[in-house]
Design a protein around this ligand. Structure first.
Ligand code: SF4
Ligand code: SF4
Length: 319
């Protein structure tokens, strides 16, 4: 099959604002034949994204280097690409079919979910590369940090945290479960591209690191605490190391024939699965507006600022 028309069509779009980039990625997600599960009737894995743009000079990138946020290992946009001016971040929500397959009464995730997590990651990389080529087609240079040869994570702490970058780009805020809550929910994956194009940053529609999570802002919800089968989520955040034991000890053996291993209990069948959950805003916890980033990814507990042991002092959840 000739791919000439296919490639041309995929790069026919122009425009460098968030709406134009979103339109390009939406077409990619809706038409690319790689966006399917290999099992069953080959339903789509991903639906159209939420897109945000951050200025490479945003001072929040410096914040990410603080111990307890992501850490000193985190690299600035200009270190990935000299002359960087902007960072484009996208959140791909899992498809309705994948989320619907997740049985809330089962202790195991569905086959569609575990397959989507593993096979869907390939398409996240397709999206990252396509976005980079799109920005190059608009006249810029572009780098995908997570696909650079020098990219690494040390003790589960990454050189580039997609979740934290997405927060800076206005894509969403963190939740108690340390995942990102977006207008299209929390069940999804994130990617980003650094470019030297001078793009208009997205206005962040929030100020608090956990603003979309009613557990933090109202003292309500907290549903993900009970949902976690291994107690990795507690009232102060998430312990990534405990989370990893579930995939290793319970899910991997159950899906050994497929090689799948990803839990998704805290992304499915919850108030934040498909959108921003409602909150009443009357009983905001005192730390909800602090710079309480979750930590980068994983060697320690992550949760809001000012909380007891293991909670990063800066407020963001960990890497
Ligand atoms: S389930 Fe509730 S408490 Fe947990 S992250 Fe989602 S909105 Fe926040
Ligand atoms: S992915 Fe599963 S094991 Fe990990 S925190 Fe979420 S519910 Fe718990």
């Amino acid at each position: 099959m000739s791919t000439a028309g296919y490639i041309t069509r995929r790069f026919a779009g122009t425009g460098t604002d968030a709406a134009a980039i979103s339109a390009f990625l939406t077409e990619l997600v809706e038409t690319d034949p790689r966006n399917v599960l290999p099992e069953g009737d080959n339903p789509p894995i991903w639906e159209p994204p939420v897109v945000g743009i951050a200025a490479a000079s945003d001072p929040m990138f410096e914040t990410l280097k603080q111990p307890g946020v992501v850490g000193p290992i985190h690299v600035d946009p200009a270190d990935w690409l000299p002359g960087a001016r902007s960072v484009v971040s996208f959140f791909l929500p899992f498809s309705r079919q994948v989320k619907k397959s997740y049985d809330k009464h089962s202790h195991l995730p569905s086959l569609e979910w575990v397959s989507g997590r593993l096979n869907g990651e390939v398409f996240v990389n397709v999206t990252r590369r396509a976005l980079a080529r799109y920005l190059q087609a608009q006249g810029g240079r572009a780098v995908v940090p997570n696909l650079e040869l020098r990219y690494k994570a040390v003790d589960l702490i990454p050189m580039w945290s997609e979740r934290h970058v997405a927060f800076i780009a206005g894509v969403g805020t963190f939740g108690l479960h340390a995942g990102l809550l977006t207008e299209k929910g929390a069940a999804g994956r994130i990617g980003s591209v650094v470019t030297d194009l001078d793009l208009t940053p997205t206005q962040r529609p929030y100020s608090g690191v956990y603003e979309y999570c009613p557990w933090v802002t109202d003292g309500t919800c907290g549903a993900c605490i009970a949902r976690c089968p291994v107690g990795a989520i507690h009232e102060h955040g998430k312990d990534h190391r405990i989370c990893l034991t579930n995939g290793r000890d319970n899910i991997r053996p159950a899906y050994a024939a497929w090689g799948y291993h990803s839990c998704g209990h805290c992304q499915n069948n919850l108030p934040c699965t498909n959108g921003i959950p409602p909150g009443n805003g009357r009983t905001a916890r005192p730390w909800s507006r602090r710079n309480g980033w979750p930590s980068g990814s994983g060697s320690r507990s992550s949760g809001p600022a000012g909380m007891p042991s293991g909670i990063p002092p800066s407020g963001f959840p960990g890497a």
